[in-house]
Ligand binder design. Structure first.
Ligand SMILES: [Zn+2]
Length: 76
């Protein structure tokens, strides 16, 4: 089972370091969960859509996730 987190901040902390690796989605839409797995490292992390929205949504996720991307990705 993917590791479950409950805030956007925790989610970015977990998935951020893997964004430049080979990742895949582990969303569970019937269960209302969003998630990401890393093929390179073998980890999987999930957050519920409810928790994601309640703790900041994309407004928190995007700027935090960008810190893990290289400079040329930030400009897109
Ligand atoms: Zn990784």
């Amino acid at each position: 089972m993917p590791e479950r987190v409950t805030t956007v901040e925790q989610y970015v902390e977990k998935v951020g370091p893997h964004l430049m690796h080979e990742t895949y989605r582990v969303d569970d839409l019937p269960g209302r969960l969003l998630g990401l797995g890393c093929k390179t490292c073998g980890g999987e992390w999930r957050i519920s859509i409810k928790d994601f929205k309640a703790t900041g949504d994309i407004a928190v996720y995007e700027p935090a996730a960008k810190k893990f991307l290289p400079e040329e990705e930030k400009k897109k």
